[in-house]
Design a protein around this ligand. Structure first.
Ligand SMILES: Cc1cc2nc3c(=O)[nH]c(=O)nc-3n(C[C@H](O)[C@H](O)[C@H](O)COP(=O)(O)O)c2cc1C
Length: 376
């Protein structure tokens, strides 16, 4: 698959064809399914990490802690387990529907203690509905899965798991490393930190298991312009988690429709005057409800001449950052829903800049939500 050509085609207004079969929801992992062992004192518990991030909570597999375009959940997880875990060292395939693992073989030499969750995709699942528009969504979904793993790691006591999101590899596309309790971070390929480590993120209490297990994307309409401070906070979370790979702004509605972005001093400033949301609705596969969303947070960049590693890295970071921003929005009592399919969305050119340089890569629609749900 030529990713450069696939992205160029996904960005055109060519409509996808009729739906095709999505295929099995879980890879055909070899060997018997094993239960994940119960937690053991002083050891990392992969069962809990996966339960709070990737496991399905309904037999159809739609309801999971991580969101997914069309609820098609194309992301597959392999575990590379070292010492210090309740699961013995080895390589395992994960079945998110049964919350079981399949032993694939021994752990490679020099596997660090703890667990590395390696993520790949089964493209057929997303292609079954989105056709030629699938590839950006597959990468964004993978980024959202890394955000879910990161939040789950935080919920079980690891504030800074190692993230591999730079797009340099196709197999796996991304990886998240979580060390066992008390272990110093070991350096490994899977743990290569992203540039996120350099950027300060707004401080917030770690997620609770209930936060993660009850997460849902808000159904449209997402009415009501978020309070300016809430919008600033969500944008700051997205920018920090996006690690400087993309630019970020938000289209806001009444009382003064405009595009805003973060100023260097951490306040919001105007990027452009005027109403952008109806255009965004057209660019986002004609999803008309976006024209009435309270605000739409946007990640943009990934120029037309980007090569495959850059395309992967930009989309993985966008998915990761929007996943983190969606959580931050929920924390503030805002309604939030990711928006992933964009056509002809050359935001840079629309703002008067050179064409083909700054395409919308991902969005997060926001509504004012219910003030009484605000928690922090
Ligand atoms: C990468 C990505 C793109 C998405 N794009 C859209 C979209 O364009 N429109 C929409 O209504 N929902 C979109 N969603 C939300 C999914 O439809 C939603 O996550 C899915 O139905 C599962 O529901 P849940 O998030 O409540 O678990 C997107 C989600 C992801 C992760």
């Amino acid at each position: 698959m030529d990713l450069v050509t696939a992205l160029a085609r996904a960005r055109t207004d060519e409509p996808p064809g009729p739906d095709t079969p999505a295929g099995p929801a879980v890879p055909d992992w070899p060997g018997p399914a094993r239960e994940l062992p119960p937690a053991a004192p002083g050891r990392l518990d992969p069962s809990r990490l996966l339960r709070l991030s990737l496991a399905a909570s309904d037999p159809a597999g739609r309801l999971r802690p991580t969101p997914s375009a069309g609820a098609l959940h194309p992301v597959d997880a392999r575990l590379v387990v070292g010492d210090g875990c309740s699961l013995p060292p080895g390589r395992y395939g994960y079945d998110p529907l049964r919350h079981r693992v399949h032993h694939l073989g021994p752990a490679p030499h020099h596997t660090p203690p703890g667990v590395t969750v390696e993520l790949t995709v089964t493209p057929q699942r997303t292609q079954s509905h989105y056709g030629h528009r699938a590839w950006p969504l597959l990468l964004l979904d993978t980024g959202h899965a890394t955000a879910a793993l990161r939040l789950a790691a935080q919920a079980i006591g690891y504030p800074r798991p190692g993230l591999h999101l730079d797009g340099s590899t196709e197999h796996p596309l991304a990886a998240v490393y979580v060390p066992p309790p008390g272990a110093e971070r070991q350096s490994s390929a899977a743990e290569r930190p992203s540039r996120e480590e350099d950027r300060p993120a707004p401080q917030a209490a770690p997620p609770t298991p209930t936060d993660l297990l009850t997460r849902r994307s808000a159904p449209p309409p997402l009415a009501g312009t978020p309070a300016r401070d809430d919008l600033r906070h969500v944008l700051a979370v997205a920018e920090a988690a996006g690690a400087g790979r993309l630019r970020w702004c938000a289209a806001v509605g009444e009382p003064e429709p405009q595009l805003v972005e973060m100023a260097p001093d951490g306040t919001l400033r105007r990027l452009a005057a005027g109403e952008a949301r109806p255009t965004l609705a057209v660019w986002a596969a004609g999803q008309r409800w976006l024209a009435d969303a309270g605000a739409v947070l946007l990640a943009y960049g990934c120029p037309s001449d980007a090569d495959a590693p850059r395309i992967r890295g930009d989309h993985l970071h966008a998915g990761h950052a929007v996943g983190c921003a969606q959580f931050a929005a929920a924390r503030r009592g805002l309604a939030a829903r990711p928006v992933g399919s964009w056509q002809r969305a050359d935001l840079g050119a629309a703002l008067g800049g050179p064409p083909h340089q700054n395409w919308i890569v991902h969005g997060l629609a926001l509504g004012a939500g219910r003030p009484e749900k605000r928690t922090s």
